[in-house]
Design a protein around this ligand. Structure first.
Ligand SMILES: N[C@@H](CCC(=O)N[C@@H](CS)C(=O)NCC(=O)O)C(=O)O
Length: 221
């Protein structure tokens, strides 16, 4: 039975899981929930997704939510198929590369996601929810993000990807919100030279292009 992903085309976290499935070459089916009307937060889904957020997957009865956890699960389950997205822990260097991967994954969650999400929420998601964005908040969050990306630039001046010389899930975790920053017209991902080189590399992956994530016409939902 193919994996089913419950999510929304408006959700960067859903795009992340789809990207990982494409990288691994795994067939899947999708169920779209209308997150603007709160369909994901109805009593019907409380048992499977207690926090009420998309995405979650159903893999033959195994329900998992939290996009990064789903990604790790999929990359582990389909190890040896498609792109290798987690370090190979069977080598003598395995523990070291795993530690570097975990460090990179933590950097994304601690330093990139909070300001990137907050800027995108203000600029893109608030208008979608018919709330009024505050440009001052957007600018403040972008400034915080820029400070973090200056540190990324230092790191990426010494290595190709965030965990070392190979692409990993830790890099892919940045793609959906990095993409939204580009779509919003912010120069965050292109301002610093080493970040720009890395971002061009990871965001031009064919799998991401195939997903064709863009500005959604709400009338089509
Ligand atoms: N930490 C969660 C965050 C998921 C999340 O923020 N989901 C958003 C869409 S990207 C959502 O469900 N929004 C609608 C809602 O919260 O009701 C993950 O990584 O999966």
């Amino acid at each position: 039975m193919p994996i089913t992903i419950y999510g929304s085309p408006l959700s960067p976290s859903t795009s992340l899981v789809e990207l990982v499935l494409k990288e691994l070459g795994v067939e899947y089916t999708s169920v779209t929930l209308n997150i603007l009307t709160g369909e994901n937060r109805t009593e019907k889904w409380k048992e499977v997704a207690p926090f009420g957020q998309v995405p979650w997957i159903d893999d033959d009865g195994l329900i998992i939510y939290e996009a990064r956890a789903i990604s790790r699960y999929l990359a582990t389950k389909y190890k040896g198929q498609g792109t290798q997205l987690l370090p190979d822990t069977s080598t003598p260097e395995g523990l070291k590369t795993l530690a570097k991967f975990e460090q990179a994954a933590s950097i994304e969650q601690s330093h990139f996601d909070p300001p990137a999400f907050a800027a995108i929420y203000e600029q893109i998601f608030k208008p979608m929810k018919k709330l009024t964005p505050d440009p001052a908040v957007t600018q403040e969050k972008l400034k915080v993000l820029d400070g973090k990306l200056a540190i990324y630039d230092f790191i990426l001046g010494k290595q190709k990807y965030l965990a070392g010389e190979d692409v990993t899930l830790a890099d892919l975790f940045h793609i959906p919100y990095g993409w939204q920053l580009d779509l919003a017209g912010f120069d965050s991902m292109s301002k610093h030279p080493n970040v720009a080189r890395w971002w061009k590399d990871i965001s031009s992956r064919q799998t991401w292009k195939d997903l064709n994530v863009g500005i959604i016409d709400l009338a089509t939902l």
